[in-house]
Design a protein around this ligand. Structure first.
Ligand code: FO1
Length: 334
């Protein structure tokens, strides 16, 4: 079975880990690869160049999480980290000091940067890094062209655009975002294999990633949203909003920036025309039922409610199982 998933960072990586576990269990112990081919289209809008190195947070979170090298509580960066290089950089007074790059993580950015400098496209660089980590999925960046999410803020320093990472990490998304722009998205091309992975998929999944700066950014690359709309595969999404609030990221700060209410139904609306199935948390079931009832033409997605908190691998596996089951149900309905 060929599964294609769009992925941001932490939420998507955890969901994918549950999906791999569920597929392994269903395959009656067959190894992950047997019979299943999972392609993950990674968001690169969070990418940032620091100290001359290219950092790809969402690609690295998927690679480290599925490859067994992630700092589990943080959901980003390496396990067992030390910060000697970061301390030395600070001793030289170089900026920024608000982004926590660890010594082990630096190696990833050094390898990536030297390959990019030699002219390798990001998709090949990502493939090379994954050769070490063996994540059990094919990880492809949404584009090989540079796309960077910037946020317009207006504070004591006046109105200006800051890199998403500065807004997210240094400012804790506390300063309201007047607008969020994926710079370069309109000129970016899908990376090789992205459109094919959509067209040839048996199932397309939207894990619980940030709908604005992760899933939204991937869909902003010309051609990708149309490819999702056109695929014959059932498209099943998992709400990143539980009980009217994001689980751990700051999706609410992003949603309000674009004037969208923080609800499972509102996020489904953002994916209008793409979703065949939508998983919501039990706490949002009533809201979803109302939306469904109001949808007289029944053009919206089929909605299922279940516990969506990815508290541990068992919980995440259950969510992945529900997504696979709903996809099967939708396929047979076709
Ligand atoms: N997030 C933080 O909140 N603080 C950090 O210092 C930080 C450092 C960092 C370094 C490498 C990396 O790949 C991710 C890092 N993140 C950090 C997370 C990152 O901002 C987010 O994971 C994504 O950009 C949003 O999904």
């Amino acid at each position: 079975m060929r599964i294609t998933a769009l992925a941001g960072g932490i939420g998507a990586a955890r969901f994918l880990r549950g999906l791999l576990a569920e597929l392994a269990a269903r395959g009656a112990g067959a190894d992950i690869g047997a019979g299943h081919e999972i392609t993950v289209i990674g968001n690169t809008g969070d990418d940032i160049t620091l100290f001359g190195l290219r950092v790809c947070p969402d690609l690295d979170t998927v690679m480290y999480t599925l490859g067994g090298g992630i700092h589990e509580e943080q959901g980003w960066g390496r396990d067992g980290e030390t910060f000697a290089v970061k301390a030395e950089l600070a001793a030289y007074g170089v900026e920024p000091q608000w982004f926590g790059l660890g010594d082990r993580d630096f190696a990833t950015h050094i390898v990536r940067s030297q390959m990019l400098d030699l002219g390798y496209p990001l998709s090949q660089v990502t493939q090379a890094l994954c050769a070490r980590w063996q994540p059990g999925v094919r990880l492809i960046p949404m584009s090989n062209d540079p796309v960077e999410t910037h946020v317009v803020v207006d504070d004591e320093q006046g109105r200006r655009a800051v890199h998403f990472q500065e807004w997210w990490v240094r400012m804790h998304a506390a300063t309201p975002a007047l607008s969020i722009v994926a710079i370069g998205a309109e000129d970016a091309k899908p990376a090789p294999g992205v459109l094919e992975a959509m067209a040839e998929a048996d199932i397309v999944l939207f894990p619980p990633s940030n709908p604005v700066v992760s899933i939204g950014t991937i869909l902003a690359v010309p051609g990708i949203r149309d490819a999702v709309a056109a695929t014959m595969a059932p498209v099943v999404g998992v709400s990143p909003i539980i009980g009217g609030a994001p689980v751990r990221g700051m999706a609410d700060a992003c949603l309000s920036a674009i004037g969208v209410e923080t609800s499972a139904a509102a996020v489904a609306e953002m994916y209008a025309g793409l979703l065949d199935g939508w998983l919501v948390d039990l706490s949002d079931a009533a809201d979803a039922a109302m939306t469904r009832a109001a949808d007289a033409a029944a053009t919206g997605p089929v909605v299922r409610a279940l516990p969506l908190l990815m508290s541990d691998l068992a919980a995440t596996r259950a969510i992945a199982a529900a997504a696979l089951d709903l996809a099967d149900e939708l396929r047979t309905d076709r």
